[in-house]
Design a protein around this ligand. Sequence first.
Ligand code: AMP
Ligand code: MG
Length: 340
Amino acid sequence: MNTIYFEALTPENIARAADIIRAGGLLGIPTETVYGLGANALDEKAVLHIFEAKGRPQDNPLIIHVPDASWLERYCESVPEAAYRLAERFWPGPLTMILPRKPIVPLRTTGGLETVGVRCPDHPVTLAVIRKADVPIAAPSGNTSGRPSPTCMEDMREDMDGKIDAIFDGGPCRVGVESTIIDLTCTPPRLLRPGGLPLEMLEDVLGEVAVDKAVVSLLKDGEKPKAPGMKYRHYAPKAPVTVFTGDPEKSARYIEAHLPASAGVICFSEFTGLYPGHIVHDLGSFTDKAEQARRVFDALREFDHEAVTEIYAQCPDASGLGLAIGNRLKKAAGFHIVEV
Ligand code: AMP
Ligand code: MG
């Protein structure tokens, strides 16, 4: 297949991209979080092609993308008032809500679940394509299953060129980690995935929020995850990763003292000079978590083009965006963590 690349946000390109969606095709879509691999969420056959292109297990549900909160009742049953409060405050933005699905949303899209994840992305290209197509777009991240998520058009090209109909270039992603996922079908609401919207901001609106165990630790064999996607290996570069938590100065020194000769490093900007002779990726200053979020997937992805036998990574504390950044690093490491 010859993949088309749309570059400018013009009415013609939006119309062509929307036609691809309506015709059951696959479209790489830019969002503020990461690039997505999109198809008409209501078209089972189109959705099946998403799973095939990514090599994604069929029971790992997709998020459906809508242009505003008025579409919630088209696709969700008994929408609680809290969903509208969250949408009012955080949409468009990096927040996915889990709600009961209406039958119009195929089980193929929800990975067989009676619930559906819904999000309104904050990107003019994707909002325009959804409105023009007049159907919700189902889209997981646009990477091959198991690889780090794409945060620019080039990353998406690397994984999907020749496999999908088109990719729309919307520039580099402003947030860089996927959406925060909150399950509103239980009491209290449950955080299933930390992401671009900090937990503290959700708590501000919802009060108590439960944090799913899979967010902070590896599930044991036989333990059933609340979200099926949680059981799969994620974000992993080819070389094994070890994550070092604790005070940044201390973990940087610890890595310096223990780093194997052929290992690469992901560290905060302040410490890049400590590891001469090693391949080092700069995660951004330890005072700037927004920058760390934008860089984390790129840092992991780059190592696939470089000769390292393993990767040592520094990790921010869990406040604000740190929970999401740390979660992506720890998942990449299979929760292989050293507390310094
Ligand atoms: P991705 O965008 O590639 O990270 O994939 C979408 C994520 O959303 C997966 O990890 C799913 O587990 C999660 N998700 C989507 N729909 C649901 C749902 N109905 N219930 C729980 N998790 C969901
Ligand atoms: Mg993904």
